[in-house]
Every structure is written in structure tokens, then in C-alpha cells.
Design a protein around this ligand. Structure first.
Ligand SMILES: Nc1ncnc2c1ncn2[C@@H]1O[C@H](COP(=O)(O)OP(=O)(O)OP(=O)(O)O)[C@@H](O)[C@H]1O
Ligand SMILES: [Mg+2]
Length: 459
């Protein structure tokens, strides 16, 4: 277990130094059940129907405080069960208070991406049903009608991306005066990506004495402004330092000659298991999807330049196993859970150690095992090693070429068939803004831009 100076919290209004718990955040303690944590029986029974009967560590740590109405900062590794950690006590508290008034949700969950909003909503919807609590997403890229209809009928919990929620408020169809609980999932990402002003405005519209919960695998200094302004005597639960490697995850650094980058990528993408591949830009994603199709590997492409319909369809195909390979920008790096991803491949090294941990965290979730491989060109080696050290990761370094048997041994690479597969016709791309903003590290093309507030958002 390593702690990094980057995450030193001595000058902050909260203390995230890890407690004595083991790094394996899914470690079980069978003596504690969801019921002994104080959750209502119907909720516990609904969990049991999904085969979830023993709380994970972050859940054991935070549920009692959240149920007691405390403001909570929760940091647990990727895949450690943070969604239920905030979701279950939120549902329990909201179930106690009766139905929402029209246009007046009683709880908010704010997340950085549409896909994550939909996923959180899908995870909590059946549990909410068990206790008479209704949820609805409020995300951009889809029509307003259904979101507005639900709000008019009255919905207890809104799971939203900040931009669309702000729009709905501006249209007069959502008011935050009744909000009793606000959750910021991936709080540091929203801060990182320039959503702070919007999130701040939204929080300021909720009652001052409302409960606030912040969760992320890398909750760090970026969120301090929110903590200082909106949290009252928050309790911090940090089940592992942000740089503690998930113990069931193997890391490989594959040193390759530049001309081998595509053939190595193709052979890894042609492996048998479910693979997620991260590229830096939207163009990089599209190009790789087309190049892989040409050599016989069918892959879906996911990035912020596609229509929401395509984004949703592509992710559904990957979740359902209709495609084995997903190529994505960082839009898919935070919070997204797809069962059984056995390999994360970075074709381009991520921007920093935090992004590495979140991308990597798409595998080895909930105690499962998984591998992470990063393709590194000679000129990228030094910076990549420094970035990995910050991430607390000690990768196995291997020098490989296309067709190397080591690739088959390490990550199950195999030769693609060479028989081209049909690529689905591309949905029309949004006009690219040459000087436009970042959307979750999700640039159409070219160099990254940092800092400043985005002028448009992935709503
Ligand atoms: N107590 C539990 N028992 C069994 N499975 C669980 C339990 N809690 C959560 N899970 C499962 O673990 C998986 C990962 O959970 P979740 O997506 O909440 O992780 P996370 O901590 O939010 O990760 P990330 O940092 O990537 O967002 C989900 O499939 C979830 O259903
Ligand atoms: Mg999560």
C-alpha cells in the first residue's frame, strides 16, 4: 500500500488518510449484514433477490453514518460498491418521508456522465421499487418530455448530469427546495472537468441543512471547495489510500516499437475475453474501430462526439456480450460497470495517475480478477513509469513485438482472422468545435486542453 504526496490532505478541511483496514475493499465480514447496518427489511430482501447479502467494506463503513443523517465523504477503490454505499441509505431515508411533490425531487444524485447516470439509476430502480421510491434520470442528449413528465408526476430521486438538471430548473420544471439528500458520485471528476460552478449553483439551490454525500475512488483536494462550503461536520471514510492497488489486478507495461502499435493492439483486441480499450481522442477511437474491423475484429466505439442513441446502443451491445471489445475515450473511465471485463488496454497512456486508476478499475471489480496492459513507445517510457509510480502501481515491464508469444501468454493475444467485418454506419457526428472545450478528456482530435470552465457540457 502506498500513499502519494499528491493526495496529502494536511491543509484540507477533511482528512482522507486511510484507516487500518485492508486494501481489499470487497473483503467480507460475514458477521455484519445489511440489516444490522440499519437498513429496512424490504430493501434487504430486494438485495437478496439479486444475490447481494453481505455488505462490502465501504458499505459497512458509511451506511450507518448516512442513515444517521451525517454528511459523508466516502473513498473506496474502483469496483468496491460505492453505488450501494450511498444508494441504500438514501433509499431508506427517502422511503421514510413519503411521496415527492410534483416538480420537487427529495434527493439528487449528480454524476459526470450520462452513461453513469443511467447505470446508477438502473442499479437503484428495482431497490427503490421495493420501498416505494421512484427514480428518474435527467441527462442530456435525450428528449426532455419523459424527464419533464416524470417530474410533473413527482419523482423522489433524480439521477442527473449537472447540465441537464440546470436546464430543467431553468425551464421551471424542477425545483430543489425539497431536496433532503444530495450525492456527488465521482465528485473529484466533476470538479476536475470544470463542473464546479454548475455543481455549486445546484447545491446552493438545495436547503442549507440538507444532507450531502461525496463519493469517489480518488476523492482528493479538488473537492475541498465543495466540502468547505456545503458540508457540515462531515465524517470521512476512506477504506484505502487512493493509490493502493486493487489486489486482484495485474498490471503490464508493454514496450513496443512504434510501427507495431496497431498489430499489437489488433492481436490483443482479438483475444477471447471481454476487453475495454482506452484511446485518447474521439478520432483515435473511430480510427481504431475502423482499422480493427478491416482485420476482422468487431469493436464498438464510445465517445462524447456520438449521438446519445449510439452511445447507449454501443454500451448495451458490450454489456450484453454482443461485442467483445469496446474502444472508448475517458467518457467510459469513471464508474462504468460491465460484468466480466478481463482486460483493460490503454493504447494511449492516460493523462495522469488518477485517470489510470479509473480506466484500470473497469476490470477486477467486486473482488474479481483482471489485467491491465499499457502500450508504451520508447519515448513514452519515462513519463509512463513516473505516472504509474504515482498511481501506486508496479507493473511488469515487457519488451514485445507483434506476434510475440509473450503477448499470448500475458494477455491472451491472438492473430485476428483478417476477414473484414462490417462496420455499422456511423451516426452523424456533432460538428466539431476546433476551439471547443474538453468533455471528460474527450476531445475530437489534437492536443489536450486543461483548466477553465467548459462552455458546453456533456449533459
Ligand atoms: N455487497 C455486495 N455484494 C456483492 N456485490 C456487490 C456488493 N456491493 C456492490 N456489489 C457489486 O459490485 C459491483 C461494483 O460496484 P460499484 O459500481 O458500486 O463500484 P464503485 O465502487 O462505484 O466503483 P467505481 O469507483 O468504478 O465507480 C457492482 O456490480 C455491484 O452490484
Ligand atoms: Mg461508482
Amino acid at each position: 500500500m502506498t500513499t502519494s504526496a499528491d493526495f496529502s490532505t494536511s491543509s484540507l478541511s477533511f482528512d482522507l488518510s486511510a484507516g487500518p483496514q485492508p486494501a481489499d475493499t470487497s473483503a467480507r465480514d460475514d458477521s455484519i449484514s445489511f440489516e444490522t447496518l440499519g437498513l429496512p427489511r424490504p430493501l434487504v430482501r430486494a438485495l437478496a433477490r439479486q444475490g447481494i447479502d453481505t455488505p462490502f467494506e465501504i458499505q459497512r463503513a458509511t451506511v450507518p453514518d448516512t442513515l444517521a443523517g451525517r454528511d459523508v465523504l466516502g473513498r473506496g477503490q474502483t469496483g468496491s460498491g460505492k453505488t450501494l454505499a450511498f444508494g441504500l441509505p438514501m433509499l431508506a431515508r427517502i422511503a421514510d418521508g413519503g411521496r415527492a411533490r410534483p416538480l420537487h425531487p427529495r434527493a439528487l444524485v449528480l454524476v459526470p456522465t450520462r452513461e453513469l447516470a443511467m447505470q446508477v439509476n438502473d442499479a437503484l430502480l428495482p431497490l427503490g421499487k421495493a420501498v416505494g421510491v421512484f427514480l428518474k434520470t435527467a441527462v442530456g442528449g435525450v428528449p426532455y418530455d419523459r424527464q419533464i413528465d416524470s417530474l410533473r408526476r413527482g419523482v423522489e430521486i433524480v439521477v442527473a448530469t449537472p447540465g441537464r438538471l440546470a436546464d430543467l430548473i431553468a425551464r421551471g420544471v424542477c425545483r430543489l427546495d425539497d431536496v433532503e439528500i444530495t450525492v456527488l458520485d465521482e465528485a473529484d471528476q466533476m470538479a476536475d472537468m470544470g463542473f464546479l460552478p454548475e455543481v455549486t449553483e445546484l447545491l446552493a439551490k438545495t436547503p442549507a441543512d440538507a444532507q450531502r454525500l461525496l463519493f469517489s475512488a480518488t476523492l482528493d483536494a479538488d473537492v475541498d471547495a465543495l466540502v468547505q462550503r456545503f458540508m457540515t461536520d462531515p465524517v470521512t471514510h476512506s477504506t484505502a489510500p487512493p493509490t493502493a492497488a486493487v489486489s486482484t489486478m495485474d498490471h503490464h507495461l508493454l514496450l513496443i516499437p512504434p510501427r507495431d502499435k496497431f498489430p499489437v493492439t489488433a492481436s490483443i483486441a482479438a483475444r477471447a475475453g471481454r476487453t475495454i480499450v482506452f484511446a485518447r481522442t474521439q478520432l483515435g477511437v473511430d480510427r481504431l474501430v475502423a482499422q480493427l474491423a478491416a482485420v476482422g475484429v468487431r469493436a464498438g466505439g464510445l465517445h462524447g462526439g456520438k449521438t446519445q442513441r449510439m452511445r447507449t446502443r454501443t454500451l448495451a451491445e458490450f454489456r450484453e456480450g454482443r461485442t467483445n471489445v469496446l474502444i472508448a475515450t475517458d467518457v467510459a473511465a469513471r464508474g462504468i460497470h460491465v460484468d466480466g471485463i478481463s482486460l483493460v488496454l490503454h493504447v494511449d497512456p492516460p493523462k495522469d495517475s488518477k485517470d489510470y486508476l479509473h480506466r484500470a478499475g473497469r476490470t477486477a471489480r467486486a473482488g474479481e480478477t483482471g489485467a491491465v496492459a499499457t502500450l508504451v513507445l520508447p519515448k513514452q517510457r519515462r513519463t509512463t513509469l513516473a505516472m504509474l509510480e504515482k498511481a501506486g502501481v508496479q507493473p511488469a515491464e515487457v519488451r514485445v513485438r507483434a506476434g510475440d508469444p509473450a503477448l499470448a501468454e500475458l494477455v491472451g493475444a491472438r492473430e485476428p482472422s483478417g476477414v473484414p467485418v462490417r462496420v455499422e454506419p456511423e451516426a452523424p457526428r456533432r460538428p466539431s468545435r476546433p476551439s471547443g472545450p474538453r468533455r471528460f478528456g474527450d476531445r475530437p482530435t489534437g492536443e489536450r486542453r486543461y483548466g477553465g470552465r467548459p462552455r458546453t457540457h456533456t449533459r
